[in-house]
Every structure is written in structure tokens, then in C-alpha cells.
Design a protein around this ligand. Structure first.
Ligand code: HEM
Length: 360
């Protein structure tokens, strides 16, 4: 099998054989931005990307966007993909800006993927991602709690209460109720988001004795709250007001609405961050953890939501080395490559200093 071929779909044994012969799997560079002229409004729910209900062995997880993109074939339908494939899928399907897509994907991949095989599950752990690196590496897929997946989700329960990756109708009904109550014309808009996001945190503080609301989860929780009213709104309307029907299509059915068009231009940090700032300003919070129900202890050593470079550093110097404390040379090379891709994603728009957990 040629070294540039994807390992997706191979069994654990075949992947192990491949690595034994080739060292780590080939790691393609991150995809470039969509070409000018190809990066605008486009029908995403097109005949080339039909919705197909996932089969019993297809993996789906906590992210309504990636689940939906897999159900339409923008991602491999089995739910196992290379990071570059995921970057391409979110650019093509929803018009995520290139930097922003890379930031999300390489961060998640370093926490949840397999650097040796360059594969990640968008759901739970699977042998399809091949031979695992040695523990304490998790390679748990996106459903792995306490990495990218975390508490206070909008349509999932906290891990303390059950499967935190599975869609939860009761939770989602709250999102709809908040849209009815606070959103313009019953839509999920920025006002509804601000109220709902804050309520989810207050609810977990009251009920979840093991709540953890620290970096990096604080950033993903607040960004994911605004994603739907940007990326799930049809690009022809693009009014930052998500109808309850469209929300139900993405979250509950994991399906693009009929005739859905993606955003009319790539949307990146410069749009998402001010919106995050606005919802935070309405109801500020301090990162913390619960020691028992309604016993929220502030964590002054975790970076604040506004400290983007602090969160980048926390991921690179604390979260990733916790899984890879002393990587072998091949593993270290693969990690360093992906860490480089992650920094490449943040350096344009944030003046962060690159940090190196394993030396330069
Ligand atoms: C167009 C791009 C994306 C959109 C619109 C999007 C949207 C969302 C939304 C709305 C949630 C919150 C679900 C909830 O709280 O109930 C979420 C969760 C999540 N997303 Fe995405 N996402 C996108 C891209 C990605 C990418 C690229 C990754 C990683 C490769 C990712 C990984 C996750 C994970 C791990 C969660 C679970 C967090 C949790 O609730 O604990 N997403 N996503």
C-alpha cells in the first residue's frame, strides 16, 4: 500500500503493519484556504452530498456540525477521518475560515486523535484509528470527556449524568424554549444565546458535583454557543437568527436543511470572538470547578476566557503533555508537526508566542 494513501477503513492489524513498515503515517500539510472565487455562497445540501442515515457501525459524537457533515458525506461516513479531511469538510460544507478550522481541528486532534496513524474518531474510541500510542495517551475520539468534550453543553448532559456525547432532547428543548423567550421572532439569536449559555453554567453549578469549567473548555463552550447562529443559518439570509426548524435539523436530525447554503464568505476568529465577547459581557463568569453540588470554587490559575494566548499555552504546555509526557522520537515528531499546525492557525490573528513542550 503506498505511503500516501489514507488509512481510513483499515483494521487495527493492517494499520499496525503499515506503521511497522513506514514509521508513523504520512501527515499531510493542512489544507489551504478555499481559492478565491470558490469561497462564497454555495448550495451545501447538493446531490453530491446526499443525507444518508448513519449505519450501526458509523461513529457519531458530541458535535452536531461534524455529525451532520458525516451524514452528508463531507466526511467519511464511518466517522473516522484525518485532521486535514475535517478541515476541508468544515470549509467546504459550512465555510469555516481556514485558520479557525485549523485551530479547532488540530487542537481536538492533539487531545483526541491518534498521532501515529493520523486518524481521529468524531465519536467514541474505535480500533479503526489503529494501534494506540502508549498510555496515558487517550486517543478517545471527540466523545472523550474532559478533553475537548466538556461540561455545560447545550444539547448534551454533563458526563456526571450520562453519555455526554449523545443528543439529549430535554436539553435541546431548553435551547428552543430560550429562543422562544429571548430570541427575535423565536429564533436562536445572540440574545437567546447569552441567556441560555449562562443558564447552562448556573444549572451545572447547582446540580453537577463534578462540574469542571476551566480552560480549554471555557473557550469551546462559549464559541460553540455562537456557532449555530452563524454557521447553521442559511448563507442567503445570513441574519444571525437561527430558526427553530433549522436548529432541529442540525441538532436533532443531524441533517442539513433542504436547500441549505453555507456562509457567503469564510467566517473565522474575527467574527466569532466579538460575539463571544458580547455574550460574556452580558453574564460574566469566572472559571472554576465544583467540589460537590453548588460549591463552585474559582480557579485563579486557569486563563480567563478573554486570554486567548493563555488558553493556547495551557493546551500546549499542560493538556497535551499530560497525555504525552515522554513521547518516543517518532511520536514526538508527529506531535511536533501537529503542534506546528496548531500554532500556524493562531499566529495570523493572535499575537501569541509559540511554545514548545518537547523542545524545538
Ligand atoms: C462549522 C464548524 C463547527 C460548528 C458549527 C460546530 C458546532 C458545535 C456546536 C453547536 C456544539 C455544541 C453542542 C452542544 O453544546 O450541545 C459543538 C460541540 C462540539 N464540537 Fe463542534 N462545531 C464545528 C466544528 C468542530 C470541529 C472542527 C471540531 C473538532 C474537530 C468540533 C468538535 C466539537 C466537540 C468535541 C464538541 C463537544 C463539546 C461539548 O459539548 O462538550 N467541532 N460543535
Amino acid at each position: 500500500m503506498p505511503a500516501y494513501e489514507s488509512l481510513v477503513g483499515l483494521g487495527e492489524r493492517e494499520v499496525s503493519d503499515f506503521i511497522a513498515h513506514n514509521g508513523v503515517a504520512p501527515i499531510p500539510n493542512p489544507p489551504a484556504p478555499l481559492a478565491k472565487g470558490q469561497d462564497g455562497l454555495k448550495l451545501s445540501n447538493d446531490p453530491a452530498h446526499p443525507f444518508i442515515t448513519p449505519g450501526p457501525d458509523d461513529l457519531r459524537g458530541p458535535c452536531p456540525a461534524l455529525n451532520t457533515l458525516a451524514n452528508h458525506g463531507f466526511l467519511p461516513r464511518n466517522g473516522v477521518a484525518r485532521p486535514d479531511q475535517i478541515v476541508t469538510a468544515v470549509m467546504e460544507g459550512l465555510n469555516l475560515g481556514n485558520d479557525f478550522a485549523k485551530f479547532l481541528v488540530y487542537q481536538a486532534f492533539l487531545m483526541n486523535g491518534n498521532p501515529l496513524t493520523n486518524l481521529m474518531s468524531i465519536g467514541m474510541h474505535t480500533p479503526l484509528t489503529g494501534q494506540n500510542p502508549p498510555k496515558p495517551a487517550l486517543v478517545g475520539g471527540l466523545s472523550q470527556h474532559g478533553t475537548f468534550e466538556g461540561d455545560t453543553s447545550m444539547s448534551r448532559v454533563d458526563a456526571f449524568f450520562g453519555d455526554p456525547a449523545a443528543f439529549n432532547q430535554t436539553r435541546f428543548n431548553d435551547l428552543l424554549d430560550f429562543s422562544t423567550k429571548y430570541g427575535f421572532n423565536g429564533t436562536y439569536d445572540l440574545n437567546a444565546t447569552a441567556e441560555f449559555r449562562f443558564q447552562r453554567l448556573q444549572d451545572s453549578i447547582m446540580t453537577n458535583p463534578e462540574l469542571d469549567f476551566t480552560a480549554p473548555r471555557i473557550l469551546s463552550a462559549y464559541s460553540e454557543a455562537v456557532f449555530p447562529l452563524v454557521y447553521f443559518v442559511d448563507g442567503r439570509l445570513n441574519n444571525r437568527q437561527l430558526t427553530q426548524d433549522a436548529a432541529t435539523s442540525f441538532f436533532a436530525d443531524q441533517r442539513l436543511p433542504a436547500d441549505f447554503h453555507r456562509q457567503p464568505a469564510p467566517v473565522s476568529f474575527e467574527v466569532i470572538e466579538p460575539m463571544v465577547g458580547e455574550i460574556f459581557a452580558k453574564h460574566p463568569f469566572t472559571p472554576g470547578v465544583n467540589h460537590g453540588k453548588n460549591n463552585y470554587q474559582l480557579m485563579p490559575n486557569t486563563p480567563a476566557l478573554s486570554d486567548f494566548c493563555g488558553i493556547y499555552k495551557d493546551i500546549v504546555l499542560r493538556v497535551i503533555p499530560a497525555q504525552y509526557p515522554r513521547p518516543s522520537s517518532q511520536l514526538k515528531d508527529a506531535l511536533n508537526k501537529n503542534l506546528g499546525f496548531l500554532f500556524g492557525a493562531v499566529k495570523q490573528q493572535h499575537n501569541c508566542t509559540q511554545v514548545f513542550p518537547y523542545g524545538r
